[in-house]
Write a protein that binds this ligand. Structure first.
Ligand code: 13P
Length: 251
């Protein structure tokens, strides 16, 4: 049995006041003991969220890290070691917004993935196709290439302590959600690809779905055989809604 994980990606949202209020709302959530929950605030607010959630089972993570693990002359970057130092447990790697808007390649993503792991952070590798790619019937090829390139760089062993998030780009922030069947098909393909390399890694891998997850669609999505939780954007900015999504993962 895989332990479900629900992670809230706050993206570049919030002020000190709104972040405090949201974190306090999250700290009041009753988290089912059978699931893991995490929030991923902007870098600036990591420490205050960490403090507010100090007594809560909800983990704190980051949305990105530098490709160099430790420290150096890299103006504006934040390293995995620094994230671990302030109490982060996990970090998103290769979110589609990083791939599309910041030009992150699979090579950069592989370096970030291993930087995170070497500092004790759990990498959450994001993969997913664009609308154009889906319409061209290339979804499984695109996702398989994104994943395959990281496996090729780092080896399947690197995946024994990682999470994968399938986020179809066309479903992110659009209100369009992949149907449970559409998501399940991609999740199953990801698991099969992992199984070709290592059945035990495939069996244990948590594969999250992301893209307009809300309380109203979470139960059905999380009910699919290969969907092990969610990566939630907009709906995670409301503690009540996020709490309801977490309950769906525990049900
Ligand atoms: P939305 O839930 O707002 O569609 O965002 C999904 C996402 O990108 C999470 O990383």
């Amino acid at each position: 049995m895989r332990r479900p994980l629900v992670a809230g990606n706050w993206k570049m949202h919030g002020t000190r006041a709104s972040v405090d209020a949201l974190a306090q709302g999250v700290s009041r959530m009753e988290v089912d003991a059978s699931i893991d929950v995490a929030v991923l605030p902007p870098f600036l607010y990591l420490e205050r969220v960490q403090q507010i959630l100090a007594e809560s089972p909800v983990a704190v993570g980051a949305q990105n890290c530098a490709k160099d693990a430790w420290q150096g002359a890299l103006t504006g970057e934040v390293s995995a070691a620094q994230l671990a130092d302030v109490g982060c447990k996990l970090v998103l790697i290769g979110h589609s917004e990083r791939r599309q808007l910041f030009g992150e390649t699979d090579e950069v993503i592989s370096r970030k993935f291993i930087a995170a792991q070497s500092c004790g952070l759990m990498p959450v590798l994001c993969v997913g196709e664009s609308l154009e790619q889906r319409q061209a019937g290339r979804t499984l090829d695109v996702v398989s290439e994104q994943l395959g390139n990281v496996i090729h760089e780092l080896g399947i062993g690197a995946f024994s302590n990682a999470v994968i998030a399938y986020e179809p780009v066309w479903a992110i922030g659009t209100g369009l959600t992949a149907t449970p069947a559409q998501a399940q098909a991609v999740h199953a393909a990801i698991r099969a690809q992992l199984a070709d390399e290592s059945p035990s890694v495939a069996q244990a891998m948590r594969i999250l779905y992301g893209g307009s997850v809300k309380a109203v669609n979470a139960v059905e999505l999380f009910g699919m055989a290969d969907i092990d939780g969610g990566l939630v954007g907009g709906a995670s900015l409301n503690a009540d809604e996020f709490g309801a999504i977490c309950r769906a993962a525990g049900s």
